[in-house]
Design a protein around this ligand. Structure first.
Ligand SMILES: [Zn+2]
Length: 379
């Protein structure tokens, strides 16, 4: 399930009765209602690890089409993150299924893992966190798959908002309602250690965990500047791009609409997946996986728009073209510099025209110039 709290619960804790758990949930819902406005206490269910996994999988299946899985597989190979068939989507499902609790929009219920028990450290926080998601669903219908296909910047916007709101609201209630501003760094909201694992696990880890790290400071800033009304207004009508949430303290230029379709320039035996936008958040995650560096976020904040297209040969080879637009020539130059650093590790090329940078890899030699011209000139 997408919406979960990152707190791993101890093994070997005793089982609990559902009525006792429901009483805790009802009490916490009353607390949250007083803090953020009336909500209905959702039903709670106790589930095993296997049931948690099934919930995560069914949620993903509602979001992800076979075409999207194939395009993700192509991108995994083309970006040099891993071999074909490694199943990045399955890795994401597996990481969600380790959650202590999830909110399940399909039936409006909170699922708690059977090892989660009242009185245990973190229990109240898990319940509050999932209740905030229940409120988001009841008041704003934040989890409608048709509003934001998975792997879209719009879906990342919703995750940043949902996890930022849930984590920050829970922290505030845990510290007492009077707390206006929390030093999130001092509370341990630091990025995970960088440079661990291979590039694919780092990318997946970043996509899964960054909303819990980048979302709370964003929601905290929104609340400080405009109160809870401002946060609720964005939950009702999410911002257009993740760039606006990665640094909500300053205005951002509207995203540039980038078009990209090189399918007409491909030779026989090559095919192209539909192009898609990565957006500032996914670009930041990719930079973090590719080039472990603490300033991936500052590079991503120069993002102006992008479009990525994955290409496949019938023999299994994969390539890609990725057209990116930047706020200023300096931002474009900074991104170009990162791509050149990456080139030391992987076959990859780039070229810049003004504020735009084109990145590519794995193109057929005899068609490369036509493909690149098609990428630059797609209307
Ligand atoms: Zn959550």
């Amino acid at each position: 399930m997408h919406w979960l709290v990152v707190s791993w619960i101890c093994a070997g804790c005793g089982r609990q009765s559902v009525s006792e758990l429901q009483a805790h949930v009802d009490e916490a819902a009353a607390l949250l209602s007083a803090h953020r406005g009336a909500m209905t206490a959702p039903p709670v269910r106790v589930v095993s690890t296997a049931e948690m996994m099934l919930s995560a999988k069914s949620w993903f299946d509602a979001y992800v089409t076979d075409d999207q899985r194939a395009a993700t597989d192509c991108a995994t190979v083309a970006l040099g993150l891993g071999p074909r068939g490694v199943g990045m989507m399955d890795m994401i499902v597996a990481s969600y299924s380790r959650a202590a609790g999830v909110f399940q929009p399909a039936d409006g219920a909170i699922l708690l893992h059977e090892r989660v028990t009242p009185g245990q450290p973190g229990f109240e926080e898990v319940v509050l966190h999932e209740l905030v998601h229940a409120r988001q669903h009841q008041r704003f219908d934040l989890f409608d798959p048709s509003a934001a296909p998975l792997s879209s910047d719009a879906a990342h916007v919703r995750r940043l908002l949902a996890e930022g709101d849930a984590s920050f609201t829970t922290l505030q209630l845990a510290l007492g309602n009077e707390v206006d501003w929390v030093d999130l760094d001092a509370m341990g909201h630091r990025p995970p250690r960088r440079g661990e694992g291979n590039e694919l696990t780092r990318f997946v880890h970043s996509l899964v965990t960054q909303p819990y790290l980048l979302g709370p400071p964003a929601v905290q800033t929104l609340r400080r500047d405009g109160g809870w009304d401002r946060v609720d207004a964005l939950l009702a009508k999410p911002p257009a791009t993740t760039e606006q949430l990665l640094d909500p303290s300053r205005p951002h230029d509207p995203a540039v609409s980038v078009s990209l379709d090189v399918s007409s320039a491909l030779g026989p035996e090559w095919s192209a997946h539909p192009s898609r936008t990565l957006g500032a958040f996914e670009l930041e995650s990719l930079l973090w996986a590719w080039l472990p560096a603490d300033d991936a976020l500052s590079v991503a904040l120069g993002w102006g728009g992008d479009r990525f297209q994955c290409l496949e040969h019938t023999d299994g080879r994969a390539g890609f073209v990725w057209r990116t637009a930047w706020d200023t020539p300096e931002d474009a130059g900074e991104f170009q510099r990162r791509v050149r650093l990456r080139r030391r590790k992987a076959l990859l090329d780039e070229a810049r025209r003004g504020d735009d940078v084109l990145v590519w890899a794995g193109l057929p030699d005899d068609r490369a110039s036509q493909i690149l011209e098609a990428a630059w000139s797609t209307p």
